[in-house]
Ligand binder design. Structure first.
Ligand SMILES: *Cc1c(COP(=O)(O)O)cnc(C)c1O
Length: 229
């Protein structure tokens, strides 16, 4: 992130192919099956026609960081293309929970008890169960969302035992000004000791390194769609 050169590309076809190639190579180097890592194309701020171009290039899994933007883009995209999977990667306000549960297949930003409660209630009401990732603030940064590492085990227990939520995995966004490896390793440790199978970590600048540390979901935006406005 801090060290990535800016990406200036407008056509997602070629960048998408090179991101996929880098993913496959990173898996090979880590002795992992390429199918064990899901590439989430983060399409926040990207207009529908550019998203459709990525769909035509075979991309099926996308991420958005704002519920409102996703509500504006995705009903149309889903009506035109079958089998698309949509992940919420940005933080979720409690008043947006009904819309988020209705729209997203996965939520990567479960980060507080009140949100666990609202999601649980809304899942019951709608009869839907989006896959859930708990966001961990691995760098304990005051401005960043996420559960602090030292209370994550307790939060996972509460989600499971109090709210009856099935937690799939953990998500983190390492601090911009630190090497990400230690944060990826910390997230992987917390997942292992809690029996969680998925790790959402790695973005355009560091997804190769995240795969080396066990990422199962990498969230790549600029690397596929170019710099955002
Ligand atoms: C925007 C965003 C990404 C993608 O970041 P890039 O640097 O564009 O790859 C990944 N995760 C989250 C949570 C984001 O908000």
């Amino acid at each position: 992130m801090g060290t990535t050169p800016p990406v200036h590309r407008t056509d997602p076809a070629e960048p998408l192919a090179s991101v996929r190639a880098a993913l496959v190579e990173a898996c090979a180097r880590a002795g992992r099956d390429a199918g064990s890592v899901t590439l989430i194309a983060v399409s926040k701020t990207v207009p529908v026609d550019k998203v459709e171009h990525a769909v035509r290039c075979g991309q099926t899994v996308f991420g958005e960081n704002r519920v409102q933007e996703a509500e504006a883009k995705w009903p149309l995209l889903r009506s035109r293309h079958h089998g698309l999977e949509l992940h919420l990667v940005g933080s979720l306000q409690s008043n947006k929970v009904p819309a988020a549960v209705a729209l997203f297949d996965a939520i990567h930003s479960l980060d507080r008890p009140r949100l666990a409660l609202s999601i649980a209630r809304e899942c019951a009401r709608q009869g839907r169960r989006p896959r859930l990732f708990i966001q961990v603030n691995t760098g304990a940064e005051p401005q960043k969302s996420g559960v602090l590492p030292q209370v994550t085990d307790a939060f996972i227990d509460a989600c499971r035992d109090v709210h009856d939520l099935d937690i799939e995995g953990l998500m983190c966004i390492p601090p911009l000004d630190e090497p990400p490896a230690g944060h990826f390793a910390l997230l992987a440790d917390i997942a292992v000791r809690n029996g969680l199978r998925s790790l959402s970590m790695g973005m355009s600048a560091d997804f190769v390194e995240a795969i080396a540390h066990g990422a199962t979901h990498v969230r790549v935006g600029r690397g596929i769609f170019g710099d955002r406005p």
